[in-house]
Structures are given as C-alpha cells and as structure tokens.
Design a protein around this ligand. Structure first.
Ligand code: 4NP
Length: 158
C-alpha cells in the first residue's frame, strides 16, 4: 500500500487490510510505504490513528518508510493510493517497475475509473473518515477477489 508520505492514507490501508487478513485466516503479508520520504520513521497521522482506533484497529506501531525499487521484487501486488503516487513509483522503480503488479487501489471497486484516494493531509479531520470508508471498501474487495482465487487454487491442487 503506497502513498506519498506514508502517514495518512497508506498506513490506514495497511492496518485495514491486516485486520481483514487476520479475520479471514489468510497467510498474506501486508506493508505500506511512501514515495516522498518527508516523514520517514514517523508514526501515522493522529487522525489516521484516531479513525482506525474508532474501528478497533491499532496502527500506532506502524512507522513510515520509503518506497524502494526492490519492493517490486518483494511483493506480489502493489497498490498506489493515487495517480501521482503511481507516477512516483515508476520513477523510483526504474527497471524494476512492474506494471503487472501495480494498480490504483480504487480500481478494485471502480474498475477502469482511475480514481484517487483523496489526500486528507491538507484538510480537516472529516477527510480522514471519508478516506477510511473508501479504503475499507477497497480492502474488502481485495480480500473477496484474492482469497476466493486462493481457495480455488488450493482446491485444484488437492
Ligand atoms: P499521505 O499524505 O500521502 O496520505 O501520507 C501526505 C502526508 C504528508 C505529505 C503529503 C501527503 N507531505 O507532503 O508532507
């Protein structure tokens, strides 16, 4: 899960998906990162922590890290919160950039629409609520899509 600062949107996406992974007994690993490096080492924004906590999700232990080219080797699927983030991921990834592993998060709920998760950084607290809700829907869609796919594959292997 990748955004610009790794303090507002992607830490929420990481926390929300991790919770769903746990609830569904999946063996997936989830992480998040930022492309601009301005907040490396910082905890998530207090409003991201607050809205997550209101939904029973603790993201206080997460720390911002930089998105790096080798993330394209490390992870199977990399979601960008917005088009500007995707552009930065291409710049950072250079020859390791893998379009087949990359998607805009909201295309999981509005395929082909190329919508951004609005950056709440410059706005009021209410923005974090909206961001939580849309990311939650997208993460639910990811679990339905890939957990079902994983189950089908394991059935085939039996
Ligand atoms: P995020 O929000 O990408 O959702 O973490 C931002 C946080 C900080 C900045 C930009 C976006 N910044 O420029 O410092």
């Amino acid at each position: 899960m990748v955004c610009l600062g790794n303090i507002c949107r992607s830490p929420l996406a990481e926390g929300i998906l991790r919770e769903k992974i746990k609830k569904n007994g999946l063996d997936w690993t989830v992480d998040s990162a930022g492309t601009n490096g301005f907040h490396t080492g910082e905890a998530p924004h207090r409003f991201s922590q607050k809205i997550a906590s209101q939904h029973g999700i603790d993201i206080s232990h997460q720390r911002a890290r930089n998105f790096i080219a080798s993330d394209f080797e490390q992870y199977d699927k990399i979601y960008a919160m917005a088009s500007d983030v995707l552009h930065e991921m291409k710049q950072i990834g250079k020859n390791k950039f893998d379009a087949s592993k990359t998607a805009l998060l909201l295309n999981e709920i509005k395929p082909g629409c190329n919508l951004d998760v609005t950056d709440p950084w410059y706005g009021p607290e209410a923005g974090y609520q909206e961001v939580f809700e849309i990311i939650e829907k997208a993460c639910e869609a990811i679990v339905i899509k890939y957990a079902t796919h994983q189950k089908q594959l394991s059935t085939v292997h039996l």
